[in-house]
Write a protein that binds this ligand. Structure first.
Ligand SMILES: O=C(O)c1ccccc1NCC(=O)[C@H](O)[C@H](O)COP(=O)(O)O
Length: 257
């Protein structure tokens, strides 16, 4: 699956290279970038990162009718501590422009995409994103991942490093990741197993912020995962299935907002 994503991204990277070679430069966004990691661990936070996700490889179209600002305003009102915005277009029907659309809400934004090249980091710097997803498995060469991770930090973008198994986690720790996201999805079958993040969170160390992602759909799961030590939970499909995704978040938070 990741190989398909990599191929889809190569066209975008080729275009970014073409633009760079033609002298185009992305101007960095000069507005506020609220701290992402700090928002996940602030006392009293819901610890829920609500995702704007229109479609996915596992579900096809999820919700194409609710625009980003409307959905994310609902999330903000329902107490989301941060927003995850899928910007990948081919498989998730996302867009980089969604980040600017929802920035006025003032919540920290995670750019969720398949990042493989420094020019994609530069392009992200031109948006209001506070954080960017780096998926360990997208890199055969750990040095490449380490360099992108360092580039993000140098530019004030918080890298969220995503792992699927213990080997990914070893590599994430080797490059000094401090925000670690465990994805519960099996990339071959696209099924989810919350046991993944429950098992792996035992390796959480001081100074690390851990996020559990994928397949979370009930208030009971939210409670169990938080009790196990996950600082935050990233939830997309279970919220986006609602006509009003903010309403989905109210239900998932047990009616509290
Ligand atoms: O969502 C998918 O089908 C998917 C398939 C293959 C790779 C990644 C995929 N999703 C990206 C994500 O990480 C999820 O959007 C995120 O964790 C939220 O998951 P969910 O709450 O299950 O929508």
């Amino acid at each position: 699956m990741l190989e398909k994503f990599r191929r889809a991204k190569q066209a975008e990277v080729d275009e970014l290279i073409r633009l760079r070679d033609a002298g185009h430069r992305h101007l960095p966004f000069d507005g506020p970038r609220p701290k992402f990691g700090a928002a996940l661990t602030r006392p009293g936070t819901s610890g829920i990162i609500a995702e704007y996700k229109r479609a996915s490889p596992s579900r096809g179209d999820i919700n194409l009718s609710v625009p980003p600002l409307q959905a994310c305003r609902g999330y903000a009102e329902a107490g989301a501590c941060a927003l995850s915005i899928l910007t990948e277009s081919t498989y998730f029907k996302g867009s980089l422009g969604f980040l600017s659309e929802v920035a006025p809400l003032g919540l920290p934004l995670l750019r969720k995409d398949f990042i493989i090249h420094p020019l994609q980091v530069e392009a992200t710097m031109a948006t209001p994103a506070s954080a960017i997803l780096l998926i360990v498995r997208m890199f055969d060469d750990l040095d490449e991942l380490a360099q992108l991770h360092a580039l993000c930090l140098t530019n004030g973008l918080e890298p969220v490093v995503e792992v699927f198994d213990e080997r990914d986690l070893d590599r994430a720790k080797e490059i000094g990741s401090t925000i670690i996201q465990v994805n519960n999805r099996d990339l071959d079958t696209l099924t989810t197993d919350l046991g993944r993040c429950l098992d792996m969170v035992r390796r959480k160390e001081d100074g690390e912020i851990w996020i559990g992602a994928s397949g979370i759909s009930t208030p009971e799961q939210v409670s169990t995962l938080k009790a196990a030590g996950l600082d935050a939970l990233l939830i997309g499909t279970a919220l986006m299935q609602y006509e009003n995704p903010g309403q989905g978040l109210v239900r998932l938070s047990g009616g509290q907002s």
